[in-house]
Ligand binder design. Sequence first.
Ligand SMILES: *Cc1c(COP(=O)(O)O)cnc(C)c1O
Length: 401
Amino acid sequence: MTIGGLSAESLAKRFGTPMLAIDLDVFDAALDDFLRAGERHGVRVSYAAKALLVTALARHLQPLPVGIDVVSLGELATCERAGIEASRLTLHGAGKLDDEIAAAFEGRVGRLVVDSVDELERVVALSAGRSLDVLLRINTGIEAHTHEFIRTAGDDSKFGLAPRDEARAFALLASQPSLRLVGVHGHVGSQVYEIEPFAANTQALAAALTRCREAGFHGADTIVTGGGFGVRMHPSAGDETLDVDRTFAAIRAAAPHAKLEVEPGRAVVAEAGTSIYRVMAIKRFAQRTFVVVDGGMADNPRPALYGAYHHIRAVGTSSAADIAVTICGRSCENDELGDALLPADIRAGDLLAVETTGAYTYSMASNYNRFPRPPVVAVTKREAQLWTRRETIEDVLRADV
Ligand SMILES: *Cc1c(COP(=O)(O)O)cnc(C)c1O
């Protein structure tokens, strides 16, 4: 098993386990897929930083024609350290702090996406006549999850403006001409494998954009349809992918004249990531065999949090028949990482690869059990670049008084 041309064994030997390896060629190919489709259909692409962001990743994005969505001062500062121009940054968040809104007014981002009327009132209060481009996040009532999407009255999602709040939002914006309403935003969900929800969402946003213009906001010309592009999580799940080009074509058809943007996170980085663990113990009980590894829910909370599936395989080769096992972490929880078929002769000391861990693993990792977070290593053309070193115990204690 190789990542960016280097064997998983050599990476584990050099950087220790657990570790997150990012195959930079896979990352680049996934991003390129979006950028090319964007060029063909006139759709701007902004990377949702919350999927994975460290300074080196932001530096990697710096020369590329891609925006970045941030939701906190931490993500913003990371982009700034990497030299990403403010004009490329969009500030999101369902409950922005005054400090974050102030950062927008200081010109540290290009745009702010307003999520509620309460927030807009604070934006107006903090503006002090300073100008800012804003988008309104609209609760379109379209929500998608994997293969289904539903039209609700919006009651199932906390995000965005309820229809009944639109008039109030327009009045607030009209009262503060230094705020320029440039467009609308809506996000349908995550791991969406069908094109229809994206098209339906864009249609609903196009209607919202028309309402903005009818309310006198003639500069409102942009529709941002969010992220949620589905990623294949199992190697044999052949149909579990979303064709980016066809999706962009459908989005474009739903809003032929608007400036269009998308915000993929997972689909850019998930498949590039592989977590490498060392097996600490094998426990064969009557009914089940457990394989305990040297990481777990602290470095990848996704299986515990929402039952996410990751394909897990042994790194070494073996001719032994496969047995069904459950892979567990070493934290003081029932932190199963998933079930897998592993060679029957798997033993303590062997390496395991947990695949498709580029998105929402490192960015969601915690210091649970006061475990240090693992390193992130990018690999391309047989060369490994340390993106983030392994935390030390000093790092874990750093904020303690
Ligand atoms: C999370 C999020 C995204 C990215 O979602 P993915 O499923 O990672 O593509 C994009 N836009 C908004 C507003 C989000 O909240």
